[in-house]
Design a binder for this molecule. Structure first.
Ligand code: GCW
Length: 713
């Protein structure tokens, strides 16, 4: 029955089967549907599909080029009997690992370029895109940061344990199974242009640099290298003390410098193409140069000098804030700007997209474009720590696109974050971009099918920071969900698949981030999560023993007069960290965009918004819209059951059910709590709450269900 429904959907127009051709097509679809029974998602966007034989001509015997040729032969799905030429040859149009495609050739200047060219060629074939292009990477280093701990757990990981580390007696042993998984991981990365991986958490454990670990790191690096993925490590600034038994980790101390030089020498002896270090220093309790009255520049430069002879780089994080300051959002800028121009050219300051911490929405960090004499790289979070973990369906590409396209005005109009960091405006010896990985041992890698789209989107945007989210979603859906025994041509002829699956699901993905902003933190609200989980709502959460800047009231500042963080000139003056005309625009309550209103302004509840509503009513309707949209997502997903294999269909369906429930909890929790300050009634047409406040305050912030005992903070 299900198969017949599936066929009905797929056949264009649902029309009758009139010819032999239609019968053949029907059979094809039936086979597709049968095969699709149990898809666990492990194949990512690289599902095999129907392939055809092809002749590949290639003169190079370089290992990576041969690998690329094999990819092409094994996955060709174009016309039968074609002859494709692969050329490893420079061209003035090719930059770095870029490539030139024609319908019958792939040319690149490096073996990695050939590999990227082949993957792009195959993707274009499957997605029916033009294959006559020149493509060069926007960023030189396109890196995944794994927050994987050496005991196998992952900080903010929602896809099971680490693919690199495990907490067993034989944790340092490497099995054939491990190598197979790392290889599949590297191949997936290469297919979207990712060329680097930091193997361990930025909250780094010193033993990562010990001889025993180095052996395993070499094993991992040897596998990742096959696909052009370079290995990097996070290092703990205090390693010379903890591992080296020195008395200090002062970056200007000759013994400390020697210790790091020796360590770096040991690393490069076994991993000659090692990428470099990622460092979280003087941040959230991590040791750093300030412990020795030295600066960030002193610390970063010490590593840079030691890594320079080998071509290594230092990614030095700007994620710093202390409890004493009056506005956390201002601190990275205040702490780093004085050192602009003092960092070596192989240091890159790694800056989170927003000034606080990977929130559903933030304005861009004011450091972008402002550091004109220092290399800067954006850091995105692919794992959804603050965006519903692996449960809520949120396509992050639109968030990153918004950031990359934000105009900083720093050099001139049009100085977008993308152009300020990819080398278009400021000359940077190295350009880079990082994404905090969402990958673990779960069979579908990411803890949910739709979270694979975020890994995919990160790679695609790192390769081309001008791509649109619409294009990325379109590609990902075609590669991930198309019935696998249809050729690309048959797929594009399957109008019902296009109209009833592709178009509405793409639309859902593209709206999903704004929808989440609406039911969680609309109009510039941020960080109103309960406790340290960062999942459920906790606008009320403020235990006495917790740092005030880790509690939501610090951020929303709701009181009898209004709501929002005053960051204007009469408040913390964060607005003046932005270049004109943004500083004035953000400062003016009438000119500040609605989406950032409560980020920059403390606004009276009765304030009249541009819509004509009061702020209170506007807030209510944003929450309501968000919830309503998730309900619509649920309904929409139910209509596509005929197009998706059972396992993935059910997984997405059950996650949407929880998302819907949790969006209701967010809406009710936030508004009932804020109402205790606004004292205003819910507007006409607004859907009344389902829960009451005492109940909401007592639920578990992770499951959003009632605890067996009261949890009232
Ligand atoms: O977002 C916060 C997270 C921490 C994380 C930190 C960071 C790795 O809650 O878990 O630590 O940021 O980025 O360093």
């Amino acid at each position: 029955m299900k198969l017949i429904t599936r066929c009905k959907y797929l056949l264009s127009g649902g029309g009758q089967i009139r010819s032999c051709q239609s019968i053949l097509f029907l059979l094809l679809i039936l086979t597709a549907a049968k095969r699709a029974g149990a898809e666990n998602g492990h194949g990512l966007w690289l599902r095999k599909g129907k392939t055809i034989s092809v002749t590949v001509t290639c003169r190079s015997s370089a290992a990576m080029v041969q690998l690329a040729c094999a990819e092409l032969r094994e996955n060709w799905c174009g016309k039968p009997g074609e002859n494709i030429t692969i050329a490893l040859k420079p061209d003035k149009a090719i930059k770095g690992d870029g490539f030139i495609l024609t319908p019958h050739s792939i040319q690149a200047a490096t073996p990695a370029g050939v590999l990227y060219g082949v993957f792009d060629f195959l993707r274009r074939q499957k997605c029916r895109q033009d294959a006559s292009i020149t493509s060069n990477p926007s960023y030189g280093r396109r890196v995944l940061d794994h927050w994987d701990n050496l005991n196998g757990t992952i900080e903010r990981g929602y896809a099971g344990k680490s693919i690199f580390w495990r907490d067993e007696k034989d944790s340092l042993r490497v099995t054939g199974q491990d190598r197979k998984l790392w290889r599949a991981y590297a191949r997936a990365n290469a297919s979207i242009g990712i060329n680097g991986a930091v193997l361990n958490n930025v909250n780094a454990a010193p033993p990562i640099l010990s001889g025993r670990y180095l052996k395993k790191i070499k094993e991992i690096a040897d596998v990742l290298r096959l696909y052009g993925v370079r290995t990097y490590l996070s290092v703990n600034f205090a390693s010379p003390i903890v591992l080296g038994k020195l008395k200090t980790a002062d970056p200007l101390d000759p013994e400390v410098i020697k210790w790091w030089q020796n360590k770096i020498h040991d690393i490069y002896t076994v991993i000659p193409d090692f990428g470099g270090f990622l460092v979280k220093a003087n941040s959230e309790g991590q040791s750093g140069p300030q412990d020795y009255h030295r600066t960030h520049a002193d610390g970063a430069n010490m590593f840079a000098d030691a890594l320079r002879p080998y071509g290594g780089i230092v990614m030095w994080r700007a994620f710093v804030y202390s409890a004493s300051d009056n506005d956390r959002a201002k601190q990275a800028y205040a702490e780093f700007m004085p050192f602009d121009g003092q960092f070596r050219d192989n240091v890159i300051i790694q800056v989170k997209n927003g000034p606080v911490d990977f929130q559903p929405r933030e304005p861009f960090s004011p450091l972008f474009g402002a550091m004109k004499k220092t290399s800067v790289m954006p850091e995105f979070q692919i794992t959804k720590e603050y965006l519903g973990e692996n449960i809520h369906l949120v396509f992050l590409s639109t968030l990153w696109e918004e950031l990359l396209n934000s105009d900083t005005y720093q050099a001139c109009k049009g100085s977008t974050v993308a152009r300020c960091t990819d080398g278009s405006i400021y000359p940077q010896k190295y350009t880079a971009i990082a994404g905090v990985a969402n990958i673990g041992l779960d069979s579908n890698w990411c803890g949910s099918d739709f979270d694979q789209a975020n890994w995919y989107a990160f790679g695609r945007l790192a390769w081309n920071d001008h791509l649109s989210s619409a294009l990325i979603a379109d590609e990902w859906l075609k590669l991930t969900f198309s019935p696998d025994s249809l050729t690309a041509a048959q797929l594009s002829a399957a109008h019902n698949w296009q109209n009833n699956f592709l178009a509405p699901v793409k639309d859902m993905m593209l709206k999903s981030r704004e929808v989440m902003v609406n039911y969680m933190m609309p109009l510039g609200l941020h960080h109103i999560f309960s406790a340290n989980q960062h999942y459920g709502p906790g606008p009320w959460y403020a235990p006495k023993n917790v740092r005030v800047d880790w509690t939501p009231p610090y951020y929303h500042r709701a009181d009898a007069t209004g709501i929002g963080f005053g960051r204007t000139r009469s408040g913390s003056d964060a607005v003046d960290q932005y270049h004109q005309p943004l500083a004035d625009e953000f400062n003016g309550i009438k000119t500040c965009p609605d989406k950032y209103l409560l980020w920059f302004h403390h606004v009276p509840w009765t304030y009249k918004m541009a819509s004509g509503r009061t702020l209170w009513d506007e807030l209510c309707f944003h929450y309501q819209d968000g919830l309503q949209s998730v309900r619509n997502f649920q309904k929409l997903w139910d209509t596509v059951s005929g197009y998706v294999d059972e396992q993935r269909f059910n997984d997405v369906q059950s996650k949407l059910r929880k998302q819907c429930h949790d969006a209701q909890v967010y809406k009710d929790g936030c508004l009932l709590y804020f109402q205790t300050f606004s004292k205003m009634p819910f507007p006409t047409g607004y859907e009344r709450p389902v829960y009451d406040l005492p109940y909401l305050e007592s639920i578990d912030p992770l499951t959003m269900e009632r605890l067996p005992f009261s949890n009232k903070k």
